[in-house]
Design a protein around this ligand. Structure first.
Ligand SMILES: Nc1ncnc2c1ncn2[C@@H]1O[C@H](COP(=O)(O)OP(=O)(O)O)[C@@H](O)[C@H]1O
Ligand SMILES: [Mg+2]
Length: 367
């Protein structure tokens, strides 16, 4: 049998509540679990916590009457659908309630089991469908924005390359100093383009539904040591000390090896790139609540408070990164976040502007 449908009944009249409960108990093939409160304020506090499937809301409560109840409910119940209960003499109120955001209305004196059950099931289904449509619209909007950003991001280095080539053609070739400058610029922009294409490919791979993560049991120590090796010379060139805190040698995680390498690669690269000479980067890991939590800490620029909410947005680069002319695409962290989530983990960070940042992610333990 399907899971019971959880109802939050907001009704102060004891008799009405009992009558409704009795009618619902007679339903065929559907089970209801009813929680009741007699105040709107109590319902608004309870709903976000208990997340009922549907709310049945009386419109004459001690702390809220009529359409005011509906307006407060629409804001307070968020995505939980609600039906209003009206008396026989105020059916128009029911219609107005629907216009204000209720999914439907039930007239108390005309209640009958089949009718209530149908209204409840429709309300839940309609809300689910409209939530799905909203998610889809949101995803389409994000995709359009992404494509527009991609075009812009590709065009910028291409324009710069074209300009340098033109300058070379118009005499730049004969002046050795100018020639070097233009060739350097072309090289830098070409590298940037190559990087962009590579990262866009990573985004596309992670987005495509067909390519599921391919997790295995991995020794975390081995993966981290590989990263330390890969970045040893980059860290030295940036005068940043790179180290790992011991204690994770016995930890085995359950992850896609390519994804885990990519995640650690991106976070370590950022921690070095946005650091200062003399700074350090530390990688540590520990087990907590049945998962492994890995942390990459740096003593770098940190992230200004107003930029924190934007950090995982594709192409977003902080003012610090652009002002300092540090090369990058702004795609690494959004790729990293997707990769972590694909492997059943979570990615977050804390930052002290001017002091440094700590990026954390969780990954399941190997069985
Ligand atoms: N450890 C860090 N310390 C400070 N800023 C960071 C750090 N990691 C990322 N950022 C900021 O977040 C932006 C996005 O990072 P990311 O997606 O990896 O792109 P990229 O490094 O290619 O610019 C960076 O441009 C930088 O401004
Ligand atoms: Mg990066």
């Amino acid at each position: 049998m399907a899971a019971p449908i959880r109802i939050l009944l907001v009704e102060d009249d004891q008799e009405d509540a009992e009558y409704l409960t009795a009618l619902l108990a007679r339903a065929d093939g559907v089970q209801f679990e009813i929680e009741r409160t007699d105040r709107l304020s109590a319902a608004l506090t309870a709903a976000p916590r208990t997340r009922p499937d549907v709310v049945l809301l009386d419109l004459t409560l001690p702390d809220a009457q009529g359409l005011k109840t509906v307006r407060r409910a629409r804001l307070g119940f968020g995505s939980v659908p609600f039906l209003v209960l009206t008396g026989i003499h105020d059916e128009t109120l029911g219609v107005e309630a629907v216009q204000e955001g209720a999914q439907d209305y039930l007239v108390k004196d005309k209640l009958e089991t089949g009718l209530i059950v149908r209204a409840i099931l429709y309300a839940i289904e309609r809300r689910r469908a409209s939530d799905e449509a909203a998610t889809l619209r949101q995803r389409e909007a994000l995709q359009r924005e992404f494509v527009a950003n991609v075009s812009h991001e590709l065009r910028t280095p291409l324009t710069a390359i074209k300009a340098s080539l033109e300058s070379l053609r118009r005499g730049g070739l004969s002046d050795p100093q100018a020639r070097e400058r233009f060739i350097d610029a072309i090289e830098r922009q070409t590298e940037h383009l190559a990087r962009l294409v590579e990262e866009l490919l990573a985004v596309a791979t992670l987005e495509s539904e067909g390519l599921r993560a391919n997790p295995k049991a991995l020794e975390l120590g081995t993966v981290i040591r590989q990263i330390l090796d890969d970045f040893a010379s980059k860290a030295a060139a940036a005068k940043v000390s790179l180290s790992a805190e011991g204690g994770f040698d016995s930890l085995k995680v359950w992850a896609d090896p390519d994804h885990l390498a990519e995640i650690l690669h991106n976070l370590t690269e950022n921690a070095i790139k946005y650091n200062k000479p003399g700074g350090n980067v530390r990688i540590s890991a520990q087990e907590s609540d049945g998962v492994v939590e890995v942390t990459v800490s740096d003593t770098g620029a940190g992230i200004a408070e107003d930029e924190i909410p934007l950090l995982f947005t594709p192409f977003h680069r902080t003012r610090y990164a652009t002002a300092k002319n540090i090369s990058g695409t702004g795609l690494g962290l959004s790729i990293t976040k997707r990769a972590v989530e694909r492997n059943g983990g979570r990615l977050w960070f804390e930052s002290d502007p001017g002091e440094g940042s700590h990026f954390h992610f969780t990954i399941p333990k190997a069985p």
